[in-house]
Design a protein. Sequence first.
Length: 219
Amino acid sequence: MQLELISHALCPFVHRACIMLREKGVEYTRRDIDLDDKPEWFLALSPRGKVPVLVADGTPLFESAAIVEFLDETHPPPLIPTEPFARARQRAWVEVASELLMGQYRVIVATTQADFEAGAKAVSATLARYDEALKRGDLASDEFRLVEVAAAPAMFRFALLEARTGWAFWAAGSKVEAWARRLASRPSVTASVVEDFSQRFMKQLTDKGSHVAKVRPAS
């Protein structure tokens, strides 16, 4: 099967798809597009005009959740449980991860310290929900499954933001801190972004007038 991923270098939802491709060891080609000037051929493939889109033998599949499940089902062994209830619970936590990414975006684009701190406190509350789930055993701290694929792009970016601002998004010594750092440093996660990701990420924030870009890097 020939696979082409239509993507953008900084998109966290693209990051999800790339992580799954690397976890599966699947060969694919990647084509980045300019999201501010989307080509007509791309809009014909993506009904929502969003990345990622996976083109499999000429047929497009959109939405990162659908893409990662397709890749999991077609390239064993599975990362997603086969038991229906366990599978459904994983999908439910994927929704929490998507909520976390949207909250993270609000932190990234905040132009004032007050807006940044308000956004950071909101995402910290969501991270605390992960911490409680880890304490209860609803999530496994040593596994890498669908939940982790979905959450890893956010954790990778939180680590960058923490290094830049010194802001602690998670409670020190918490289960979620250990889990998040493990995800952020996993080889499939770090290798699924472009080599100059950090520089591009900061340039994007500077272009948007983000408060984060104005902060002196934490020492």
